[in-house]
Ligand binder design. Structure first.
Ligand code: ACM
Length: 261
């Protein structure tokens, strides 16, 4: 099973161009799983809710329906971030689209970063794992990485692969993502964006380095810090399921949750 992560410069407040780019990548890349960055349809740095609302969309919007059709016809799992409008609230969400539309769903970012708090609601979906075609897929978004509970919850629920659409702005996450993969024995895929966005003189720089990590924490593929590019790796979901690492220790069976907060 092949997994591709698409690192690109999302254009600010230009859904049509971002969507064209996303659709072209879906048509061109020959992998069963495609992961795009956080807020891939809209760009990231919004501080005015009224502006964000003009580009936010419901989870059954024409955009999502279009990508669902592509997913079904090409038999690909597609994950991408978008601003989700729901009953006058806006969530920083990921659409998780499976060829079988009944499985398709939305994850709403649990932990909001920086000025996201001005425009988004805190996510209320929690973390879920969905199985399709022998793959158990879990999703978190960007800043969720700072909370080991996010990846751990998904792993305890059986995820083989955790995808993480991102718009990362620091240089501290790389080793931690690798640890999340190792400590949970799961594959991890981080789709970051590149480029710069500014808002009232406040500048955010997105430094790419999108990555696919194996379940031992090693890199299977890694992107540059400034180019639009696609990275791909082959994954074997079932290999993540035996959580032992020698004849005595098993990272899940050895847990002592009664001593954890
Ligand atoms: C982030 O959560 N976009 C850093």
């Amino acid at each position: 099973m092949h997994l591709s992560v698409i690192q690109f410069e999302t254009l600010y407040n230009d859904k049509a161009k971002n969507l064209k780019k996303i659709s072209d990548y879906i048509n061109d890349i020959n992998s069963e799983i495609l992961v795009f960055p956080e807020l891939a349809t809209s760009g990231y740095y919004y501080t005015d809710r009224k502006v964000l609302k003009t580009i936010a969309e419901e989870s059954d919007s024409s955009t999502i329906k279009h990508l669902q059709k592509l997913s079904t016809s090409l038999n690909k799992i597609i994950v991408f971030g978008f601003p989700e409008l729901f009953e006058n609230r806006i969530y920083n969400s990921a659409a998780i689209i499976f060829p079988n539309p009944e499985l398709s769903t939305t994850y709403r970012k649990t932990h909001l970063f920086y000025k996201e708090r001005f425009v988004f609601e805190e996510g209320d979906t929690g973390f879920t794992v969905i199985e399709y075609n022998g793959l158990r897929l879990g999703t978190m978004i960007c800043y969720d990485w700072r909370f080991p509970e996010a990846a751990r919850s998904l792993a305890l629920d059986g995820a083989d692969l955790i995808v993480c659409p991102s718009n990362l702005v620091t240089g501290v996450w790389q080793n931690v993502m690798s640890s999340r993969a190792l400590e949970n024995k799961v594959y991890m895929a981080v789709a970051n964006k590149i480029g710069i966005e500014s808002n009232n003189g406040d500048i955010l720089e997105f430094n790419g380095e999108s990555a696919i990590y194996s379940y031992d924490g090693s890199y299977l593929a890694k992107a540059s810090n400034n180019c639009e590019e696609v990275i791909t790796a082959e994954i074997y979901p079932k290999k993540t399921r035996d959580k032992s690492f020698n004849e005595i220790n098993d990272i899940f069976k050895d847990r002592r949750p009664q001593f954890y907060k």
